[in-house]
Ligand binder design. Structure first.
Ligand SMILES: Cc1cc2nc3c(=O)[nH]c(=O)nc-3n(C[C@H](O)[C@H](O)[C@H](O)COP(=O)(O)OP(=O)(O)OC[C@H]3O[C@@H](n4cnc5c(N)ncnc54)[C@H](O)[C@@H]3O)c2cc1C
Length: 290
């Protein structure tokens, strides 16, 4: 049953203009505080009573948290960067096409104008659409608290639905996508063609040399408690010749990796079957034959 939507409860609101100020506020309020980015996930959840906070710390005035930069080690996308900006970025289109394809299939233009990259990852929804492309691109997340910072591979970031390794005093500063040669792509199955959450989503990255998979990575969304990097399918394909038979055989292994649930969008059985179909389709999309 859908939770009842109520007006937002009374709470304090602060809008720091620097990271230093934000860290001090997090230190002061700890678990009582919630960080606000685009608010497209947090505010509806608060109105439904699913998330509570005594203090809302709005990150939107901290401009250094937004923007896309190319550095020696790769692409750095600020945590507060809006999905719409990422989708339009020529740099991201060139270096991370799977991410652009995923964002193009997310929500609606007004939501993409508000919603942020870190916000999408921090929801830790199994269906968060930016997760599969970032997983196959081997992205990492930079977390910071005061002077202390750490870089966590995205494959280690998610712990379960709505749970990540982020500590309550940490802010996601940026997402780093390493420099790499190869192609990436994303596909999404929803109950409609647009403006819908994924029933199953799939992303793949491949570098093919002399007709063989020199490197291949696969990730699926909405079929396990966290977005899933499929190491078994990857291992079965690495070094193998690119052909339909090898892909079909490796794709079968996805059945053992997914742990789907039945919900309002689809049954467990349907998700399991579609995991196989979308594994085959996404690998066919990046294998360099098309
Ligand atoms: C109608 C509708 C359609 C949607 N469609 C989709 C869809 O197709 N695909 C999809 O994946 N999602 C979808 N969403 C969910 C949501 O829009 C996205 O997850 C969005 O990217 C969340 O980003 P935000 O900036 O709005 O996050 P917020 O709502 O501001 O925050 C979400 C969570 O992240 C935390 N957070 C935000 N920024 C940081 C940071 N820098 N550091 C640490 N914690 C942080 C917040 O504290 C909060 O817990 C939809 C939502 C709506 C309302």
């Amino acid at each position: 049953m859908e939770a009842e939507v109520r007006p937002l409860p009374k709470m304090d609101y602060v809008a720091p203009s620097s990271l230093k100020e934000a860290f001090n506020l997090l230190k002061k309020y700890k678990e009582k505080a919630r960080l606000l980015a685009g608010g497209t996930d947090l505010i509806p959840k608060m109105k439904k009573g699913m998330v509570r906070a005594e203090v809302l710390i709005d990150l939107n005035r901290i401009h250094r948290l937004s923007g896309i930069k190319q550095r020696k080690d790769g692409l750095h996308i600020g945590g507060l960067t809006r999905l719409a900006e990422i989708r339009e970025s020529p740099l991201v289109k060139e270096k991370a096409p799977a991410l652009v394809q995923a964002i193009s299939l997310m929500a609606s233009p007004p939501i993409r104008n508000r919603a942020t990259l870190a916000g999408n990852l921090c929801t830790a929804s199994p269906a968060a659409d930016t997760a599969p492309p970032l997983l196959v691109l081997d992205a990492s997340v930079k977390l910071q608290s005061g002077q202390r910072e750490r870089i966590v591979p995205l494959s280690e970031f998610f712990l379960g639905p709505q749970r990540t390794v982020r500590r309550p005093d940490e802010i996601v500063i940026e997402v780093i996508i390493p420099v790499q040669e190869g192609s990436s792509a994303f596909l999404k199955l929803g109950r409609r063609k647009a403006f819908t959450l994924a029933v199953v989503s799939a992303a793949a990255f491949a570098r093919v040399r002399q007709g063989k998979f020199e490197e291949v990575r696969l990730a699926l969304g909405a079929v396990a408690p966290t977005p899933l990097r499929s190491r078994r399918v990857e291992e079965a394909l690495r070094g193998k010749e690119v052909n339909e038979e090898n892909i079909a055989r490796a794709a079968e292994l996805i059945r053992e990796e997914v742990k789907p649930i039945s919900d309002v969008r689809a049954s467990e059985e349907y998700r399991r079957e579609m995991s196989l179909v979308f594994t085959q389709r996404i690998l066919a999309k990046v294998d360099g034959r098309g």
